[in-house]
Design a protein around this ligand. Structure first.
Ligand code: TRP
Length: 328
C-alpha cells in the first residue's frame, strides 16, 4: 500500500556528498512508490535569525539542488514550508496541546539554549511543535530521520495521540521513523572527525568545482604510510575507502585495498583516484544545479506547483482539525 512520507530540511547551506548518499538516493527511490512530501523548512531556520537576504537565496539553492539530485516534482510534492499558511494555523492549534515542561526538556532545545543563551526565543522552544505540524499536516506514516531528530518524532507521536484522545478521534496517524537500515550509507568527513558536514572543511559539496574537490581530497587527513602487511586501517584511512566505495568501481577499491594490505599504498595515488571519481559523480549534478539556478522561470513554476499540491493536502487536514476543536 502507498505510504505517506514527509521530510524537511533547513536551508542552512549547500548539499554535500553525505546528504546525497545519506538521504537523496533514498528519497529518489521512495518517490517512486510513495506519496512523498519533501520541503524546505525555512520557518524552522528563523529560530537562529539568519540574514534575511541569505535566507531566500539558500531556499532557492536547496530547491535547485534537490531537483538536480533527482527529486521529481511530478512524482513527489516539493515545496517551501512558508508557502503553506495552513501550517502556521495548525502550529497555533497544536501549541495548545504542547506542554511547557516537555518542551523545556527537549534535548535540542537545551543544547541550543546552552550554546546561545541570548537567543532563547519562543520559536526555539516550540521548534518540535512546528516540526510535528509539518508531519501531521499530511498525516504522514513515515518520516526518514537521523538520530538527532528521533526525539522530535517521538514528540510528534505524543501530540498526535494526545489530540486523538482529547477529541475522541483517530484522525491523526502516529508517524513512524523510517530507517533506511542497510541502505543508509554514512559518508565520513575528510578530516577524520566523523560524519561529513559536522565540522568546517570536512565536506565536499555537490556544487564544488573540480579543482576545489582535488584540493580538499589532497588535504584529507592521512599519515606517513603503512609499513606492515595486512594492518587494520586507521579511521581516517578507512574513511577514504568508504567514500571510494560509493564513487569508484569495485575493482578500483579492490586495487587500493590490495596495495594497502601489501603495504605498498601511496596515499597520493589513492587521493588522485578518489578525487577523480568524486568529480565524475558530482559533475553532472553540478551542471544541473547551475542550469536550474539560471532558470528562474522554471524554479518559480516548480515552487508554485509544489505549493499548490502541498496546500491541497494541508487544507484538508486543517479543516478537519478546526472542526474537531470547535473552531469555525
Ligand atoms: N528538524 C529537522 C532537521 O533539523 C528539519 C525538519 C523540519 C523536518 N520539519 C521536519 C524533518 C519534518 C522531517 C520532518 O533536520
Amino acid at each position: 500500500m502507498q505510504k505517506t512520507v514527509v521530510s524537511g530540511i533547513r536551508p542552512t547551506g549547500n548539499l554535500h556528498l553525505g546528504n546525497y548518499y545519506g538521504a537523496m538516493v533514498n528519497f529518489i527511490k521512495m518517490q517512486e512508490e510513495n506519496r512523498c512530501f519533501f520541503f524546505i523548512a525555512d520557518w524552522h531556520s528563523l529560530t537562529t535569525h539568519p540574514d534575511p537576504t541569505m535566507l531566500h537565496s539558500n531556499v532557492k539553492n536547496v530547491l535547485a539542488e534537490y531537483i538536480a539530485c533527482g527529486l521529481d516534482p511530478q512524482k513527489a510534492t516539493i515545496y517551501i514550508q512558508s508557502d503553506i499558511k495552513e501550517i502556521a494555523e495548525l502550529y497555533l492549534l497544536l501549541n495548545m496541546h504542547a506542554y511547557l515542561g516537555e518542551l523545556e526538556k527537549t534535548v535540542s532545545f537545551k543544547d541550543k539554549a546552552r550554546k546561545n543563551p541570548n537567543n532563547v526565543n519562543a520559536g526555539l522552544l516550540t521548534y518540535p511543535v512546528l516540526m510535528a505540524t509539518d508531519i501531521l499536516v499530511h498525516n504522514a506514516d513515515f518520516v526518514p530521520v537521523g538520530k538527532d531528530q528521533e526525539q522530535h518524532l517521538e514528540m510528534t507521536r505524543n501530540y498526535a495521540q494526545r489530540f486523538n484522545n482529547k477529541y475522541g478521534t483517530d484522525f491523526f496517524t502516529l508517524p513512524q521513523p523510517f530507517n533506511f537500515g542497510q541502505e543508509l550509507i554514512k559518508i565520513p568527513g575528510l578530516d577524520g572527525s566523523g560524519k561529513m558536514g559536522k565540522s568546517e572543511g570536512n565536506a565536499i559539496y555537490l556544487i564544488d568545482e573540480p579543482k576545489d574537490i582535488e584540493k580538499k581530497v589532497k588535504r584529507a587527513l592521512t599519515d606517513s604510510g603503512v609499513t606492515e602487511f595486512n594492518q587494520p586501517k586507521p579511521d581516517y584511512i578507512e574513511n577514504l575507502f568508504t567514500i571510494m566505495k560509493v564513487v569508484s568501481s569495485p575493482d578500483v577499491v579492490q586495487h587500493f585495498d590490495d596495495l594497502w594490505n601489501r603495504a605498498e599504498i601511496r596515499y597520493g595515488d589513492l587521493k588522485k583516484q578518489l578525487a577523480e571519481d568524486i568529480i565524475k559523480t558530482t559533475a553532472p549534478i553540478r551542471s544541473k544545479i547551475n542550469d536550474i539556478k539560471a532558470n528562474d522561470e522554471f524554479l518559480s513554476r516548480i515552487i508554485e506547483e509544489g505549493a499548490d499540491k502541498a496546500r491541497q493536502s494541508a487544507s484538508k487536514t486543517i479543516k478537519e482539525v478546526r472542526k474537531l476543536m470547535g473552531v469555525r
